[in-house]
Design a protein around this ligand. Structure first.
Ligand code: 9MR
Length: 373
């Protein structure tokens, strides 16, 4: 009898602790359900995919660092490992920023996605010319690419679990396959396979990705698919495709999203969402207009609701494809500052992420979390 009473008492106290306990149960924004707020995104999605964020070394010295530790289990250096910043002159590497991000990640048990080894943008000018200023030969350029990849991947061997090896090599023009970049002009398509081979030789344990944007556009999607499939079929060491996912409140449509995830999943490689954000401005409008359609650059209730809906649909689709999707990375931490501020027009503020400028979770955050359960 006595043991029954004490067991009953323990049970009652446990239930009380769970329901009243130390504020760990939080109402989500609209009060509709109860979610454990002591958990971060990484914990909610622990059974689905890693949750990452793009960072600068500066952000890691601010209050954003605590938010990163709490919410994310993967980090991508936003700029610090790109060719221009990390290899400014032929015989000179600048490791400080990349090393500081690595140190933060390793101290906090966070995985690192390397970004990126070969891109038409943020490439140093010396890469493509000789001392006279003439364009180098394809042999010289490939040799330089090899030296670059061997040095960067080699430095972090065993510590960076995945690399975006080639970034954005496909053209956005409907009538063109490869982007007309210096890499392509000088070397032809072979630079892509070579970059993967160099990276694999430098760290055979790293997962290697091809990464691109406008992946939801049916024409560009097929070009990306074709490239990755050809690399895979040719035995090139490629392990996944990175979908950048720079999206907006009016895209992707449900069908576009489903078709995109289904198509890339069918490759039999890993799929990673590498640069997710959802701009609060309509996509078509984004490209040209200085002012948003409603003339308002605030985070209005209408924009907020559309963004909530889009985020929920995206994560519901990611959940469906969780066997193929191994990570989802946000491009920046909070609406305090993101690359979309002033892009594509100066003076326009965007609110594309799940945390507001005070680093508090937005309503969209709670909707996203619900898709995990
Ligand atoms: O967020 C990055 C920004 O700080 C840089 O100025 C910019 C340079 O082009 O690159 C941004 O990141 C890009 C990423 O490396 C590749 N995909 C598109 C991203 C947003 O432009």
């Amino acid at each position: 009898m006595k043991s029954f009473l004490s067991a009953a008492l323990v049970a009652i106290v446990s239930v009380l602790l769970v329901f009243c306990g130390s504020g760990r149960q939080a109402q989500k924004g609209n009060g509709a359900s109860v979610i454990d707020s002591s958990k971060g995104l990484k914990d909610h999605f622990a059974n689905s995919f890693a949750i990452g964020v793009a960072v600068s070394p500066r952000a890691l010295k601010t209050d954003e660092a605590a938010l990163i530790r709490q919410q994310f289990n993967s980090i991508t250096p936003e700029n610090a490992m790109k060719m221009g910043p990390i290899h400014p002159r032929e015989n000179e590497y600048f490791w400080r920023d990349a090393d500081s991000i690595m140190a933060f990640a390793e101290t906090n048990g966070i995985r690192v996605r390397g970004h990126n080894l070969c891109w038409h943008n943020q490439s140093p000018r010396w890469m493509f010319t000789n001392e006279k200023g003439d364009t180098v030969s394809s042999e010289t350029l490939l040799q330089r690419l090899k030296e670059h990849i061997t040095a960067v991947v080699g430095r972090y061997k065993g510590r960076i679990y995945a690399w975006d090896v080639v970034n954005e090599a496909i053209s956005d023009r409907k009538d063109e396959y490869m982007r007309n970049s210096p890499w392509y002009r000088i070397c032809g398509e072979q630079f892509i396979a070579k970059a993967f081979e160099y990276a694999h030789a430098a760290d055979p344990g790293a997962l290697l990705f091809y990464n691109d944007y406008n992946e939801i556009d049916p024409v560009k999607r097929e070009k990306i698919y074709r490239l990755v499939k050809r690399l895979k079929d040719a035995g090139v060491p490629i392990h996944g495709v990175g979908l950048q996912a720079h999206w907006a409140i009016n895209e992707p449509g449900d069908e576009e999203l489903e078709n995109t995830l289904a198509r890339f999943s069918s490759l039999g490689l890993q799929v990673q969402i590498t640069e997710l954000d959802i701009s609060v401005y309509n996509k078509e409008h984004n490209a040209r207009e200085r002012k948003p359609e409603d003339g308002n650059t605030d985070f209005t209730a209408d924009k907020e609701q559309k963004q909530i809906d889009r985020y929920r649909k995206c994560f519901a689709a990611f959940h469906k494809y969780r066997k193929q999707i191994s990570s989802v990375t946000f491009w920046n931490i909070s609406d305090r500052a993101s690359w979309l501020d002033n892009f594509p027009v100066r003076g326009r503020k965007d609110y594309p992420l799940l945390f507001d400028k005070n680093l508090q979770p937005k309503k969209a955050y709670w909707e996203v979390v619900e898709t995990a359960h």
